[in-house]
Each structure stands twice: as structure tokens, then as C-alpha cells.
Design a protein around this ligand. Structure first.
Ligand SMILES: [Zn+2]
Ligand SMILES: [Zn+2]
Length: 139
């Protein structure tokens, strides 16, 4: 058993604890991730329920957005400090995604791929050794 992934928002009102290892870790350069991160990409760890148990404390504000892929994503952010914390997907309710920098130990994030590179900006340089996809990797 690996140590749980713990983290939360900047002010501490929202906390999570997730067991097990992430299904995927990715940097995403889509426009939605740019806007909500305030910079060139978002960095995410995605867990698969029920293999991973997700414990959430505190009430995130929720906002639905249709992503570049056409799927509805529900963005969870702290209503007090505004930090983006988690992300869920209407079409795939078993997935639970957290933002890498919300981890108590962000060094546990190891990007395995870059998604939506087609939307990336020249100033947003990512590790060239990480596999990069124009959109999502082929299923
Ligand atoms: Zn907060
Ligand atoms: Zn994205």
C-alpha cells in the first residue's frame, strides 16, 4: 500500500485524501486549463474509483464547463481562496482528478504525457522527454 495522496486548497478550507496510485498524470494545454490555471497548462493526477477511495472535506464551489473534447467537466474550486482543487467528468463519474499543485507534496506529480499540445503557446515549455499529444492520446 502506498501512502495516500493528500492535499487541498491554499486556505485549507478544502482537503482531500485519496488512496492508491493515480491512473494517469498529465499536463494539459487546452484553453480551459490555460484559463483556469492562469498560465500555459494545468497539471493533473487522475484517480479511478472505486480502486481509489476519495475522502473530501469542505465544500468546493462547482462549475460545469464543456471542455475542448466536448465533454462536460465539473470544476471544483475553493469559494474562499479560489484555488482549483478537483475536477470530475459527467461522462466518466469513476474518475476523480486533482490539480498537482494542490498536493501537500507536489513532488509526487510525475507527468506521463502532455495533452492538447495543439493549443500550447510558444512560451509554455514542457519537458521534451514527456510524450506529447496534439489532443488526447488515441484510445
Ligand atoms: Zn481555500
Ligand atoms: Zn485541459
Amino acid at each position: 500500500m502506498s501512502e495516500s495522496y493528500t492535499g487541498g486548497c491554499a486556505c485549507g478550507a478544502i482537503r482531500y485524501e485519496i488512496s492508491g496510485e493515480p491512473l494517469a498524470m498529465n499536463d494539459c494545454q487546452c484553453r480551459d486549463c490555460q484559463r483556469k490555471s492562469g498560465t500555459g497548462h494545468g497539471s493533473y493526477l487522475t484517480f479511478l474509483r472505486p480502486r481509489s477511495e476519495v475522502k473530501l472535506h469542505g465544500q468546493a464551489a462547482l462549475w460545469d464547463i464543456v471542455g475542448d473534447s466536448g465533454n462536460v467537466k465539473t470544476r471544483g474550486f475553493c469559494p474562499t481562496c479560489g484555488s482549483p482543487v478537483h475536477l470530475t467528468f459527467a461522462a466518466m463519474p469513476e474518475l476523480f482528478t486533482v490539480h498537482a499543485a494542490s498536493l501537500d507534496d507536489p513532488d509526487r506529480y510525475k507527468p506521463q504525457m502532455v495533452t492538447y499540445h495543439v493549443r500550447g503557446h510558444a512560451w509554455d515549455h514542457l519537458d521534451p522527454s514527456v510524450p506529447t499529444f496534439d489532443k488526447m492520446p488515441p484510445a
